[in-house]
Each structure stands twice: as structure tokens, then as C-alpha cells.
Design a protein around this ligand. Sequence first.
Ligand code: ZN
Length: 99
Amino acid sequence: MICHNCGQDSAYIDETSETYGEGDKLVVIEHIPVINCRNCSEEFFTAETTHALDELIDYLQLNPAARVYEQPVRVASFQGNPAATQVYNHPVTADSGGR
Ligand SMILES: [Zn+2]
């Protein structure tokens, strides 16, 4: 696959996860197809993937419980210095649907 950044035939399709929102609106979207380049390390979504992600994020905002499962997530607060970074489990409540 041709890389749109460097023009070499060194791009391949991989999968990634992205995090959107914060606090109790935090959602992790898994299994997003992403194009990586072995030559220049560029990583990008196709226009179709970007469009589908936008639609999915809109959909999740309108339908908070739709096709989503909950699991504890490690959240790190960026401090610049890894040793000073605080990591905690994002609280997940069993009855969060009752709000
Ligand atoms: Zn490239």
C-alpha cells in the first residue's frame, strides 16, 4: 500500500484504540483500522474511517448505553515526568445506567 506521506509502498493496515471524552463521558473505541507506514512512521485514518468515527461518536453521545460495555480503565494524569505520573482506575459503577 502506498503511503500518502512519503509515497513509498510501505504502508499497511493495523488496528488501534482511541479515547474520546473525559470523566464519566470517557469512551474507548477499539479496533479502529489505521494505516501505518514502515518507512516514515506516519499513522493516519482514511477519510472513510474518520467519517465513521465522527458518526460513531455522535451516535454514542445520543445513545450513551448503546453497544457499550463497561470495564475499569487505567487513567494516567500527564505530569511530564513518568515517575510523578498518577495512575488510577477510572471508577465504574454497576448501576451507572440508573442515573
Ligand atoms: Zn510513509
